[in-house]
Design a binder for this molecule. Structure first.
Ligand code: PMP
Length: 394
């Protein structure tokens, strides 16, 4: 018998993954993934950028390159964070990774020993929970409300627990809940973590996809003690296929991430970095993001308005002001995973909320994605789902 590492016990294929596999069928209207709209990828422009890279520096593009990443791309990242997130830093504080998912993996491995405590928002991003699980930590869920993590609850936990090694948060248009923290909460949070001096992983893939209101400053921009590790990504503002994200951190912390990157992956793809940097140089990322915001904002409106019309009043959901997701709360007696099977019979899919809670005890929530389906399918899919929900109400 083959004997695997104990951590593999924690990484069993989930019911959600099986469900996602089924949603690949063309007849299914899927609100399950978190994928950008492929019709908005700048394919022809990228072809020109890729050609330019090959003509100008083909050999370098196909060669190994530095662990930290391609300097022109890191400079573009620095400029973008200054403009969008009020984070003022230099290329020396940036490590390019293979998507922010790799930044999450490194975060676990840099900070967590077995049985250390990670604090997370309840619910939180499933992919981060899985990345951290390989380090066999204990998760403590910090209660949230419509404004994100509740700071009084965070303080209560920190007063009681002394093995908290890391706090993982998504303060902008969280996956799965789409909630965004107010400035007051961000300031309070920084006050608390400055007191306890605990490292924070701030994951921000969705911050630029804002439909309404003012952008809030990143936690990293309020960080005076170098405790915040900021994770960014090109996946949702450009294209996930290049697998490019970044870690922005200070001094000793970034050194550890660089050592981890050397050990784990050597570097992110040279050619992806060069093509992306060239595209940003040749074209207009701000204009591209503005287009995404326009299209996703309309899809958000359509999904939300159709849900308002079709879903029974007992089903609760808030209108997201950005990001890719609508988070739904069913009456407590309903189980969204059971309902998902019924929905699949009607050829419509969503992600049951269970996996977003490490203890898996919350059964009555689910996540809907609106970026990846055209208008007619959004309306039709929501109608089918409403039928399934109504048929299962007491
Ligand atoms: N963090 C969050 C909150 C996400 O939703 C995602 C993607 N769904 C990621 C990280 C990983 O994204 P990527 O690796 O493509 O940058």
């Amino acid at each position: 018998m083959i004997r695997f590492a104990s951590r593999m016990e924690l990484l069993k294929g989930s019911a959600i993954r099986e469900l996602l596999a089924l949603t690949a069928k063309p007849e299914i209207i899927s609100f399950a993934g978190g994928m950008p709209a492929p019709e908005l990828f700048p394919v022809e422009q990228m072809e020109k950028a890729a050609n330019a890279v090959m003509e100008e520096m083909g050999q370098a593009a196909m060669q190994y390159s530095s662990t930290e990443g391609y300097v022109p791309l890191r400079q573009q990242i620095v400029d973008r964070m200054a403009a969008k997130n009020n984070i003022h830093t230099t290329v020396d504080n940036i490590l390019v990774t293979s998507g922010s998912q790799q930044g999450l993996d490194y975060s676990g491995r840099v900070f967590l020993d077995k049985d250390d405590i990670v604090l997370i928002e309840s619910p939180s991003y499933l992919g981060a929970l899985n990345a951290f699980k390989t380090c066999e930590p204990r998760f403590i869920e910090v209660p949230t409300d419509d404004g994100g993590m509740i700071m009084e609850e965070l303080e209560k936990i920190l007063e009681k627990e002394d093995r908290v090694k890391m706090i993982y948060v998504i303060p902008d248009f969280q996956n799965p809940s789409s909630r965004t923290w107010s400035l007051e909460r961000r300031q309070k949070f920084m006050e608390i973590i400055n007191k306890y001096e605990i490292p924070v992983i701030e994951d921000n893939p969705y911050g630029e996809l804002r439909f309404e209101g003012e952008a809030q400053p990143a936690l990293k921009s309020l960080d005076t003690k170098g405790l915040v590790v900021y994770l960014g990504t090109f996946s949702k503002i450009l294209a996930p296929g290049y697998r490019l994200g970044w870690v922005c951190a200070d001094g000793e912390i970034l050194d550890k991430y660089n050592f981890m990157a050397q050990a784990a992956a050597l570097q992110a793809s040279t050619i992806s970095q060069m093509e992306t940097a060239k595209w940003i140089e040749m074209y207009d990322l701000d204009a591209h993001v503005a287009k995404l915001v326009e299209v996703y904002g309309k899809r958000r409106d359509l999904m939300y308005n159709t849900m308002k019309e079709e879903f029974p009043p007992e089903v609760k959901f808030a209108k997201p002001t950005g990001g890719l997701f609508l988070w739904v709360e069913l009456p407590e007696y309903m189980d969204a995973a059971v309902l998902a099977k019924e929905a699949l019979k009607e050829n419509v899919a969503y992600v049951p909320g269970e996996g977003f809670y490490p203890d898996g005890n919350t059964k009555n929530t689910f996540r809907m994605n609106y970026s990846n389906m055209p208008d007619d399918k959004i309306v039709e899919g929501v109608k089918r789902l409403a039928k399934v929900i109504k048929a299962n109400m007491k």
